[in-house]
Write a protein that binds this ligand. Structure first.
Ligand code: BGC
Length: 999
């Protein structure tokens, strides 16, 4: 880690009732014996009278880089006892840029450069490619003669507009408005032999793009490359040029295609044609190997390997994979501004002899086309930087860093993209490349350099993306007339498949992924849009083979397998679930309602699927972006589901990095959309996420780091909206997104969210002892509330728009005047009842709906909504067989273009279940569960509830038995709780078990 002031936390294991810490003393030394003997030569906090045992800041002299520090804490309790912890340790990383002596390196292939240079954009002869009427069809053809079978052949196509490519009449690829080349495996489709037997027709049908009004035309063009490799490894690349033929439409005579210009040519697009777009700077997102032999001459005391990449990497030392269960390190950040690094303890892997470091570098988020438009936001090649720091027993050091003495070669990963999937040719693997003594003759020198000096390289604060859970197929629907074999994993999951296969060299197995099936049992992929989500594995033919993709992941429940040699069985694949979360949820919830129990499972799986380096909106289609609105409404639920304290730190960095120059936060973080203001509710996540993380984990360090950015953001909103109604600078202004009742006024819900974040800012300022700021935000809140009341609330308690969401946000924000609360609640309930006890709220209204009902005396209605199972409701998704939350309440019938089956946002209801059904909550006076509010609302419809939550201070348990009229609460040591019973009585309790009789 490289924090300047690390925070310390500890937990007491005392079982004594009412146990409290009265003081602590932290001691730090670089030497374990020193702290054991009761000294702290690096830092000794002295005796601090405080009951805090989380979020305790280091206040010693600056820490050194690459140093292991041991620490202990001594604790004085309220029973007169003093106890000391066993020593623990932490280690610092490469804290300053000058600690990196390794260089950035990359592999270059002259064939790639010449391919790009020779390639031409093509269009129809005698047509103006800059001005093409929408939906014009142009077909392009290349006739390829092959005398002999190629080892492999791939086709790569790009077009403005949409295209469908086919080889000898068989469709091999398609995309719509996608600005990168695709990957098409065409080897199995090609014919070869003498004469006509070896003739192949490669056909690409392009449909020109829509025009931006008021223009009536848009530029259209097409380019392609056919890459062929023969049995001896010799490559041939055929690029689009006037050797290709073209014709308008689907029939008629062919003539030579018109060369529009080089691939680097720019087209003018967009409104007024003022935007220009050029061609991509690479054809394929392939991977590279890097290796270095080095001698270790004497006994090693410690060895640390620090690695980062503009791309994604896998690492080996002496043939052994380092961190074998991890995926896509160093993670997703805005690579223009920041890249993370990881450090591995490799001491035990080194030998006193020749050693070999090996890396495979793929595109990851850096090199992959991203968003629905397939844009590569991070131009330039993928690069690797790795540094092995060895300390010997005699105290001397050796550094092995990447530089131009490293050797490099193409990897067997021919292509791997986040959305596209991976193509791996096991015949191209070179066993032994990662071990000493490998013959490097066919390898070349790496090229060093090429990264901007001001790129921040920081230690990754979050856990790596890891696979801990393995799922096995529940069923296998073997091939029939309608479709190839399809596996059902039984669970919508995110990660990769491990394929087990045995068969002839060169067989190509194709894996495709889907969340749903069509009625005929084939996989439904329409909702994946431009994500090809296809893996290809070409067999080496050497015995039993097993394969897992390296630099991609998929969101799926079903896997279609074609080209498998031999007989598929359920044992042919495993599902590796990858995410950045701990293995176990931090809450265990069980109730008398199976429906509700399933809901909590759906939430866990939804989070497992979407907390993959960043919180994605959905894990399967051509987005998987850090959509802020989704995160903001869900974060509190997310903090209960899993320990996301460090994940929150990582994402907060992403949010702050994405902040626009004008102070606005963005719609997605890292920001890979066009720089513009984020929408209300979306950009607001820049406040909502740190706020939720602070409440749940007591993390004030996070708040301190984010404070300047949050403060600037709040100023940005106010500067555009001086009358305190939020009507300007609203970005894409999504409103109450996906609400069944779309009539919530956007400015109203925007203003309510502004009030909510102002209130949050006040509370956070108070926690940070920023008195002036607390006043500033208190006053801001009042101004917003005042303007809102005047603009939207009538004397009879009706609120403009008259939707459920308007009452929800008016009440939840505290803006509703006290005397009108009953009338507003009554209107809300009336609307719910008018919809047959159904909600009509969207992304922004839903997280507050249940709180508003129970805060205003209608928990009975909240319970009705909770346990409802007809549309629209959470239970409806469960009843329809969902295994993760859907994007839309009507996911079963909704528009396929925006219909993900793994979207966590509506799962925000679970925060209410944990806080108000199980009653486990913390509050601003003791954030992080130092002080709790236990405030359950029971209902006869749910006679039993049991929850155990692992808070930062220890496990909190509540148990409700309606039959026994008994409520039992157990709170951990060093905490206090205010228990509020349904009859309104409340009491303060200390740690231990408390039993209440509730009539
Ligand atoms: C995403 C959402 C996101 C939204 C913005 C969608 O495409 O999947 O969840 O918040 O765009 O409205």
């Amino acid at each position: 880690m490289d924090a300047a002031s690390p925070r310390f936390a500890w937990q007491s294991d005392s079982h004594a009732p009412n146990w409290m810490q009265q003081a602590y003393e932290i001691r730090i030394s670089t030497d374990e014996q020193t702290v054991r003997s009761g000294k702290g030569d690096i830092w000794d906090s002295g005796r601090v009278p405080s009951s805090d045992s989380i979020d305790v800041a280091y206040r010693g002299a600056p820490l050194h880089s690459q140093t292991r520090y041991c620490w202990t804490v001594r604790v004085w309790d309220n029973k007169g006892k003093v106890e000391e912890s066993a020593p623990a340790w932490f280690e610092t990383g490469l804290r300053s840029p000058s600690d990196w002596s390794a260089q950035w390196i990359r592999r270059t292939d002259p064939a790639d450069a010449s391919e790009l240079q020779k390639m031409r954009w093509l269009w129809l002869p005698n047509a103006d490619a800059e001005h093409v009427a929408p939906n014009t069809v142009a077909t392009f053809r290349y006739l390829l003669h092959l005398d002999a079978a190629p080892l492999r052949a791939n086709l790569h196509v790009i077009s403005r507009g949409g295209f469908v490519a086919s080889v000898n009449g068989k469709k091999t690829g398609s995309h719509t408005e996608w600005s990168a080349f695709d990957w098409e495996e065409i080897t199995p489709e090609l014919h070869y032999g003498a004469g006509v037997a070896g003739d192949n027709e490669i056909l690409v049908r392009v449909v020109s793009p829509q025009a931006h009004e008021p223009a009536t035309t848009a530029p259209a063009a097409f380019a392609a490359s056919i890459q062929l490799t023969d049995e001896n490894g010799a490559e041939r690349r055929i690029v689009s040029d006037d050797a290709w033929s073209a014709r308008a439409g689907d029939s008629g005579a062919w003539s030579a295609a018109h060369e529009v210009g080089p691939l680097s040519a720019h087209f003018s697009v967009g409104i007024d044609r003022k935007e220009t777009i050029g061609g991509p700077d690479r054809i394929v997102t392939d991977a590279s190997l890097f290796r270095k032999d080095f001698i270790v001459a004497s006994k090693v005391r410690s060895a640390r390997l620090s690695v980062t990449a503009l791309g994604a990497y896998e690492a080996w030392l002496n043939g052994k994979r380092i961190a074998p269960q991890t995926l896509l390190p160093p993670g997703f950040t805005d690579f223009h501004k920041r890249v993370l690094y990881q450090t591995y303890d490799v001491t035990s892997m080194l030998v006193t002899a020749r050693n070999t470091l090996g890396f495979m570098l793929g595109g990851g988020w850096h090199g992959s086309p991203l968003t629905w438009s397939g844009t590569r936001f991070f131009a330039g090649p993928d690069l690797l930087r790795a540094q092995l720091d060895i300390t010997f027993e005699d105290g001397h050091h050796q550094v092995i860093g990447t530089d131009n003495t490293w050797q490099t070669a193409a990897a067997p990963v021919l292509s791997s993209e986040i959305y596209g999937g991976e193509a791996y040719d096991a015949r191209a693997a070179t066993p032994g490349w990662d071990q000493p003594g490998f013959d490097e003759a066919a390898w070349t020198h790496a090229v060093a350099g090429g990264v901007a000096e001001d790129l921040k390289i920081t230690a990754s604060p979050d856990a790596p993306i890891t696979s801990i859970i393995t799922l096995h197929p529940q069923s296998l629907d073997l091939e029939n007339g309608a479709h190839p074999p399809v596996f059902d994993m039984g669970q919508n999951m995110v990660g990769n498949v491990r394929l087990h296969v045995h068969g002839p060299r060169g067989s190509v197995v194709r894996l495709r992924y889907a969340e749903r099936l069509n009625p005929d049992g084939s996989i439904y992929t329409e909702n994946l849009r431009n994500a090809s989500a296809t893996d290809y594995y070409t067999l080496s033919g050497k015995g039993d083979e097993s394969y897992t993709p390296d630099f991609t992941f998929h969101g799926f429940r079903y896997v279609e397998v074609s080209g498998y040699p031999g007989t598929l069985t359920k044992a042919s694949i495993d599902g590796l679930v990858y995410n950045s979360l701990p293995e176990q949820p931090s809450i265990r919830f069980h109730s008398s309602s199976d429906l509700l129990n399933r809901m909590s499972e759906l939430g866990f799986w939804g989070q497992r699927g979407n907390f993959v380096s960043i919180p994605t909106d959905c894990p399967q289609r051509d987005e998987r972006l850090g959509w802020m609105g989704d995160a903001g409404v869900f974060w509190r639920t997310g903090t209960y589901n899993f320990d996301i304290a460090s994940f929150s730190q990582k994402f907060t960095n992403d949010i702050v990095d994405a902040q626009e120059a004008n102070g606005s936060f963005t719609d997605v973080s890292p920001d890979v959309l066009k720089p513009e203001e984020g929408a209300p509710g979306w950009a607001d996540a820049g406040v909502l996420v740190p706020y939720a993380a602070w409440l749940q984990y007591g993390d004030t360090a996070l708040l301190e780091r984010a404070w300047p950015a949050m403060d600037r953001y709040m100023d940005f909103i106010e500067s555009g909206n001086p009358d305190h109604l939020r009507r300007n600078q609203l970005g894409a202004n999504y409103g109450d997104w996906l609400a069944p009742d779309p009539h919530t006024p956007r400015d109203l819900i925007a203003t309510a969210y502004w009030a909510i974040v102002a209130r949050d800012m006040k509370e956070m300022a108070t926690a940070l002892h920023r008195t002036t700021d607390a006043q500033k935000y208190g006053a801001l809140y009042e101004k917003i509330a005042d303007a809102y009341r005047k603009a939207y609330i009538k004397d009879d308690g009706s609120v403009e728009g008259d939707t459920q969401s308007v009452y929800v946000v008016t009440l939840a924000s505290g803006i509703a005047p006290e005397k009108l609360r009953p009338a507003m609640t009554a209107r809300l309930v009336k609307d719910i009842e008018a919809h047959g006890n159904h909600l009509t709220t969207g992304f922004l209204g839903t997280p507050f709906l249940m709180f508003v009902l129970d805060d205003n005396g209608r928990s009975d209605v909240a319970y009705k909504l909770l346990l409802e199972d007809t549309y629209p409701s959470w239970g409806y998704m469960v009843r329809k067989g969902a295994t993760t939350w859907w994007e839309r309440w009507n996911g079963d019938t909704g528009d396929p273009a925006m219909n993900s089956y793994n979207h966590y946002a509506f799962g925000s209801v679970m925060a209410w279940v944990f806080r108000r059904v199980a009653g486990i909550d913390t509050n601003t006076s003791g954030a992080g569960f130092h002080h709790m509010t236990i405030h359950p609302h029971f209902d006869p419809s749910l006679p039993q509830v049991h929850a155990e939550y692992d808070s930062a201070y220890g496990t909190v348990t509540t148990d409700w038995s309606g039959a026994a009229h008994r409520f039992i609460v157990t709170t951990p040591p060093n905490t206090t709780a205010t228990v509020v019973l349904p009859n309104g009585k409340s009491e303060q309790v200390g740690s231990g078990t408390h039993v209440y009789s509730v009539q």
